[in-house]
Design a protein around this ligand. Structure first.
Ligand code: ADP
Ligand code: MG
Length: 363
């Protein structure tokens, strides 16, 4: 097993170019630690599959190097990288039984029957395939076929890493949760490096110890699920993580005070002066806003435009002059009618300059 390092990786499907717009991946630098459980999260088209294929060797990057420990593997073909990759759609041999499919990667590498059999039986049990071990794959559902694909990826214990490219897309929703927990269990048990690609934040946050968020060919944040939630380093992370995502509003910044829709809010920190040309925004999560009765001192006057009661809490949409905010509330009984006062938890109010988080000095 190995640490996998990406050094100044960039990739353009149309060959080397000076135009940044030609690059599906912009400049990336990242180390995946041996034994880590990672999720690669981002919207469709942001470059997740391209990045996985560069790690596995299906794509040679236009620029930069891939290292496994100290070895430069950039030009090394896939079959010499010792990586298991599981794709979005099942890759199975239809005419083989489940047993034969699972055994194939081991048999191919000359393992004996005595080595293969217990491993296949163990893995089939973990994936819920034991009852179908001797059924031909062609007779199985898409769910079961994808479980076979997962099994084929997991069967070898000496791989450098296992790459999962949105592997649960074809799996039934209730099974997804079960399979994800099994993957997590297998990670704990065998300590493989796992990189799990998804565009689903719940999947990413429940699977991974560390999440890499990508946006338009760039890595915008690497962090624990908690860090992504509490301190998004890019407005995209704020917006993409959370349900609903972070509220982002244009503002003016004057030291320790922001002006939003003409209203002043005093912050806990002092911020350096920004030049006039830059884009300055505040970001605050719906969880960190609060509503009280209209005209409460210290609150900003808002109109409630919508309340979605989703059981455990309510998502309240309010309008401050021209800007709408989402507020998560357990209880709305203090508010009557459609007028209310909006309060910012300033210890969780972030400032973004050109979409990047900036830090202030405590006062
Ligand atoms: P994701 O997996 O995050 O959905 P991809 O890595 O598949 O994203 O794609 C990143 C970008 O590269 C997209 O704009 C996509 O259209 C483009 N792309 C992907 N594969 C190819 C290809 N084989 N040829 C040309 N462009 C491609
Ligand atoms: Mg993809």
């Amino acid at each position: 097993m190995a640490n996998i390092t990406l050094k100044d990786i960039a990739h353009s499907y149309t060959g080397a170019s000076d135009n940044p717009a030609d690059y599906a991946l912009k400049k990336l630098n990242l180390t995946w630690r041996d034994g880590g459980a990672y999720a690669l999260l981002g919207p469709s088209g942001c470059g997740k599959t391209t990045l996985l294929n560069i790690i596995s060797g299906l794509i040679t990057p236009t620029k930069g190097e891939v290292h496994f420990n100290q070895e430069d593997v950039t030009q090394l073909p896939t079959e010499h990288r010792n990586i298991a990759q599981i794709f979005q759609f099942p890759v199975v041999y239809d005419t083989m039984t489940v047993f034969q499919n699972l055994a194939f990667p081991l048999k191919n590498r000359g393992r004996t029957k005595e080595e293969i059999e217990p491993r296949v039986i163990e893995l089939a049990a973990m994936l819920g395939l034991s009852d179908n071990l001797y059924t031909k794959a062609q007779h199985l559902t898409a769910d079961a076929k994808q479980k076979i694909s997962l099994g084929r990826g997991l069967i070898r214990q000496s791989v450098n890493a296992i790459l999962f490219d949105e592997p649960l897309t074809v799996i039934d929703p209730q099974l997804k949760w079960e399979i994800r927990s099994q993957l997590k269990f297998l990670h704990k048990q065998f300590g493989f490096t796992m990189i799990y690609v998804t565009h689903d934040q719940t999947e990413a946050l429940t699977f991974a110890d560390e999440v890499i968020v990508m946006y338009e060919g760039e890595i915008v944040q690497v962090g624990t699920p908690e860090a992504l939630f509490m301190r998004p380093e890019h407005t995209f992370v704020g917006y993409f993580i959370g349900s609903p995502g972070m509220n982002i509003a244009p503002c003016e910044l004057q030291g320790d005070t922001i002006i939003v829709e003409g209203y002043e809010i005093e912050l806990a920190n002092n911020y350096p002066v920004q030049n006039d040309a830059v884009k300055i925004e505040i970001g605050i999560r719906p969880e960190h806003l609060d509503l009280s009765a209209a005209d409460t001192p210290g609150g900003l006057p808002v109109t409630i435009t919508k309340v979605d009661d989703i059981g455990r809490y309510k998502i309240v949409r309010v309008k401050l002059r021209n800007k709408e905010f989402n507020v998560i509330m357990n209880e709305l009984s203090a508010v009557t009618g459609d007028k209310a006062s909006l309060h910012f938890d300033t210890s969780h109010t972030h400032i973004y300059v050109n979409d990047h988080l900036i830090l202030g000095e405590p006062k």
